[in-house]
Design a protein around this ligand. Structure first.
Ligand code: ARG
Length: 599
């Protein structure tokens, strides 16, 4: 089913064509002046160019046809030839009955190819920080959005595999050698370090997460002023990468221990991934990739290192070359990313999104340019659309990157428990959720805390920085997660109260004048999702949800559903409330928010 806007487009395009003009001039957009009209078309001016007809005359010709279509309450030509459109209430009512009584609320299933989302990207043995949190929140929202648009509901669903998320763990850098070296210093007698040991290696890890987290910064600091230690760590990294069995076994423990912690941290947030692959998973394919690049003359050797030149003339201008193999034979971040991209493209993904900090822009522009030059962004005759979905920094109130009170990096766990405390305070001070049992109350507090943190993050245009201010995020009024949860809970309670009195949603009628705005918002859902997907812009979903609940409030202020005696009108209002709730639930669900039953 085409969206209402697409239908309007078709109507106006047909009218342009029927008046002898190119259809593409019949593009319709929501009005920039909602006080004057609902939609507008500005195509008469370009259509009139070079034809010797004044644009107003072109617009009048088109308008006459549109008036006869029956879809509009008014079609007016304004200024130099703007066509201002107001839909008729029966037309809006018809569109709403089509769209809102159906499971997808009028959003068509997208025909786009499969999408791979690379987000989260935490590093083994290093604490998660707010950057990883942003990547996880934005990435998870995009994952939910693409799953909905492509009708892929995850494992077991028929659409399985059209949307795949991969956490892309940082599990292969020099930090791994440092950790191996640190364990060797502390427990040199372990079999992992005995080259003569033939296995099997112990099944339980010699270290826990807390050990890793203490060992890594200590070793990293030492390597800075102890060249011998630094060299041993580098050697351990190289040996690990070239497959030394004991190091591999030890490394596996590091990874498993980290994954367990990361999983449980992110489970609190309700974020999950299909694949838990990492940088290390590209390792086996690197030699083949390097041979391929060399044999086709894509890579070059420069000062002992293997690189891909990205500048137009090979040297000089353009981004700096993508470094693939260091002069000592080691691989880099760009090497694993290029090899991973090549694998993903060959698996048939049509779009690949990297949700990562804006500070990695140079890295991704190099990897993507290198991939383009290597021809890796074309697979089975199709272009693969690979993009860096960059985001800004989370700052503290002092405008500097967010730190804890003690000045360290903010740990995800600590951040969430602070948010939880605040949510509980807020419920207490607002006298909310008072008549709920202990368990339900705790669940509501968690839902409010998570909604506050996620919504605050998603509501900003993703490339801008924002200030992390839990007080503000947790407010129940204004553009916040808690406000939107509350708006949805209020709709639920209206429907529940009605049901208690035996009133059920009836047939959705045509909009009354004070309901038009709400109808129009509901009918704009398909375009909101399309634009959010196109621009990887969760903030558009936040805006949409916020505007929808505003439109609902305005409608609701002027009605008294439960006191209404006209059963048709009451049934219509309840149907409208139910449709609004379903749309809000859908979009809040895409944002990763869970709505409480009561609050
Ligand atoms: N592990 C990286 C970091 O902590 C982020 C990974 C982003 N994804 C990628 N394919 N490079 O900065």
């Amino acid at each position: 089913m085409p969206s209402p806007l697409k239908r309007l487009n078709a109507l106006v395009q047909d009218a342009f064509e029927a008046s002898g003009h190119d259809r593409r001039h019949g593009q319709v957009v929501p009005s920039a002046r909602p006080d004057l009209c609902q939609f507008q078309c500005n195509g008469a001016m370009p259509a009139a160019k070079g034809k010797g007809t004044p644009p107003r005359a072109v617009a009048e010709g088109v308008a006459a046809l549109l008036r006869a279509s029956g879809a509009f309450a008014s079609v007016e030509v304004a200024g130099p030839g703007f066509i201002n459109l107001v839909c008729s209430d029966p037309w809006l009512g018809e569109r709403a009955r089509e769209a809102l009584t159906e499971g997808r609320l009028g959003v068509p299933v997208s025909e786009d190819g499969p999408v791979l989302l690379d987000f989260g990207g935490p590093n083994v043995a290093k604490p998660l920080h707010v950057g990883h949190l942003r990547s996880a929140i934005i990435g998870d929202c995009l994952q939910r959005l693409h799953r909905f648009l492509l009708d892929d509901r995850g494992p077991g669903w028929r659409g399985r595999g059209r949307v795949v998320s991969d956490i892309h763990l940082g599990d292969w850098g020099t930090q791994m050698g440092m950790l191996i070296e640190a364990v060797r210093e502390a427990q040199p007698a372990l079999p992992y370090f005995d080259p003569a040991f033939s296995g099997p290696y112990p099944g339980t890890s010699p270290v826990e997460l807390s050990d890793l987290e203490a060992m890594y910064p200590a070793m990293s600091a030492r390597c800075k002023d102890d060249p011998a230690a630094a060299e041993r760590a580098r050697a351990a990294t190289r040996e690990l990468q070239s497959g030394r069995a004991g190091y591999r076994a030890l490394w596996r423990h590091f990874v498993d221990v980290s994954i367990a912690a990361i999983r449980s941290d992110f489970a609190v947030l309700g974020v999950s991934w299909d694949l838990w692959l990492g940088e290390s998973d590209s390792q086996a394919s690197i030699p083949d990739m390097l041979r391929d690049l060399e044999s086709r003359g894509v890579s070059a050797v420069s000062e002992g290192a293997t690189v891909i030149h990205l500048g137009p003339a090979g040297e000089g201008d353009g981004p700096p070359p993508l470094l693939l193999v260091k002069s000592d034979g080691g691989y880099l971040y760009g090497t694993t990313d290029l090899a991973t991209l090549r694998q993903r493209a060959s698996q048939g993904f049509a779009r690949i999104l990297y949700v990562a900090d804006r500070r990695q822009s140079l890295h991704f522009s190099q990897v993507l340019a290198g991939a383009a030059k290597a021809g890796y962004l074309r697979a089975s005759g199709r272009d693969v659309r690979a993009e860096h979905v960059a985001f800004g920094t989370v700052n503290g109130k002092d405008g500097k990157p967010y730190k804890t009170r003690e000045g360290g990096v903010m740990r995800l766990g600590a951040l969430l428990s602070e948010a939880l405390d605040k949510a509980q305070d807020r419920l207490n001070s607002g006298g909310m959720a008072v008549d709920l049992g202990v368990e339900e109350r705790a669940r509501v507090a968690r839902q409010v805390a998570v909604a506050a943190v996620k919504f605050a993050d998603l509501a900003n245009p993703r490339t801008s920085d924002y200030v992390f201010d839990l007080e503000k995020f947790m407010l129940f009024e204004g553009r916040t997660g808690p406000y939107l949860l509350y708006a949805a809970v209020r709709m639920k309670s209206i429907l529940r109260k009605a049901e208690e009195r035996g009133f059920r949603p009836g047939r959705l009628g045509d909009p009354a004048p004070q309901e038009r705005d709400l109808f129009l918002r509901l009918l704009s859902l398909p375009e909101a999702l399309e634009r959010a997907s196109e621009g990887s812009a969760p903030n558009l979903l936040c805006d949409w949800a916020y505007d929808l609940s505003g439109a609902f409030s305005t409608f609701y202020q002027g009605t008294n559903i439960l006191r209404e005696v006209d059963a048709h009108r009451r049934g219509h209002w309840l149907a409208l409330t139910q449709a609004t709730l379903r749309a809000l639930e859908l979009v809040l669900g895409l944002l990763g928010l869970e709505i409480p039953e009561r609050m």
